[in-house]
Write a protein that binds this ligand. Structure first.
Ligand SMILES: CC(C)(COP(=O)(O)OP(=O)(O)OC[C@H]1O[C@@H](n2cnc3c(N)ncnc32)[C@H](O)[C@@H]1OP(=O)(O)O)[C@@H](O)C(=O)NCCC(=O)NCCS
Length: 343
């Protein structure tokens, strides 16, 4: 794990870009881009994305609007006029500088660059902007990336370290098999070699909507090697056919054509019949119980994580750096208002 220090390059974008905090005007662009990349990105429902924008957790990259000076066409003036195109939106990053209630750990949830603009170092600059804007104490950033995505090379080039893995969606992998997600992490302060690495031993919910155990990538293996699939036991009963009433009366009922009907308001129990129970009644299936891992496995994954991180952090082992580009954050001196006055 101990490696040589590499010389890293500052990623200067290939076209003129600026980064800024997203506004609601960018929502349409963001939503379209995430829909076009649904295979790569964990989907954010529109309301969630709106919340992220309101909280200033989304950064936009845009090309500078170009102005060309034309011959004066206006009747009242013979002066040349400038025709300016609005800036083009190029990509975005949705992130938070606090993940799983840990102040020192931020997370990148979505990073996406418009297809024709990829490989122009826009992604790298979005990442730099995220790190620059993070809280002072956020020393690590992480992200989950499906193992089969080319984006893995991007995280590697940005100096992220593949630490752990979990099973992703049950069917989105090759040949409709389960997918593997890699947990990437980076110390984001320039020159930081001491902040302890960390990863969760279990995740729940999120885009997968199920519990997953997280295990360290075994020493000697890398992120692209085959990893075991670890799925929780699904306690939901097998799907059943929707119930059909037997007998001639039921047949007659089925044959009745829809017509005007009278609604007995007193028999409507509005508000009580929502959620899983209603869905179950509609589909004829029992509500699906959330798949759970065996508590013994959860405890074992936690112990394995803790023992692994103890070895890595206590012995201050360095992971071999593969970062081609330098996107770390340079910490500046505290603002005057924060400096304690000498007594
Ligand atoms: C991943 C993504 C955000 C990267 O943004 P980008 O602007 O295209 O990437 P950059 O130009 O900043 O790449 C920086 C470096 O990362 C590496 N890299 C990026 N994409 C790569 C790819 N497809 N294959 C191999 N290396 C790649 C390269 O080393 C690259 O530098 P180089 O071109 O000088 O070799 C972009 O490709 C994208 O939007 N992909 C679709 C959505 C996605 O997969 N998001 C991530 C989900 S985890």
């Amino acid at each position: 794990m101990i490696g040589d220090v590499m010389t890293q390059i500052i990623p200067l974008p290939k076209i003129d870009i600026t980064t800024r905090i997203a506004t609601m005007d960018d929502l349409e662009f963001i939503d379209q881009l995430q829909k076009a990349h649904h295979r790569e990105l964990g989907f954010f429902p529109r309301a969630q994305m709106e919340g992220y924008i309101k909280n200033q957790w989304v950064i936009i990259a845009e090309g500078s609007g170009q102005c060309a000076v034309g011959s004066g066409q206006m009747e009242s003036s013979s002066l040349p006029t400038a025709h300016c195109l609005p800036p083009t939106l190029l990509g975005y990053c949705a992130s938070r500088d606090r993940y799983l209630k840990r102040d020192e750990l931020g997370a990148i949830f979505q990073l996406c660059v418009a297809p024709k603009k990829q490989r122009g170092l826009i992604g790298a600059n979005l990442l730099r902007a995220v790190f620059e804007g993070a809280s002072y104490g956020t020393k690590l950033y992480c992200c989950w990336c499906a193992q089969d995505l080319e984006a893995s090379y991007f995280w590697e080039a940005m100096g992220f370290v593949p630490l752990a893995f979990r099973t992703g969606s049950r069917t989105k992998g090759k040949n409709a098999k389960p997918r593997v997600h890699i947990f990437w992490e980076k110390r984001v302060r320039a020159g930081d070699e001491v902040t302890p690495w960390w990863f969760p031993s279990q995740t729940g919910g999120g885009a997968i909507r199920e519990d997953r155990l997280v295990l360290p990538i075994p020493p000697g293996l890398t992120w692209s090697d085959e990893m075991p699939v670890l799925l929780p036991i699904d306690h939901s009963p097998l799907p059943t056919e929707p119930k059909r009433l037997p007998g001639p009366r039921a047949k007659k009922l089925r044959e009745i054509r829809p017509g005007p009907c009278r609604i007995n308001m007193s028999r409507l129990n509005i508000g009580a019949d929502i959620g899983p129970a209603r869905k179950a009644r509609k589909t004829g299936r029992s509500p699906r119980a959330k798949a759970k891992h065996d508590p013994k496995h959860i405890a074992a994954a936690r112990e394995l994580r803790d023992r692994y991180l103890e070895q890595v952090n206590d012995q201050n082992l360095r992971f071999e750096p593969h970062g081609k580009y330098e996107v770390s954050r340079v910490i500046s001196a505290p603002k005057k208002s924060l400096q304690l006055e000498a007594a």
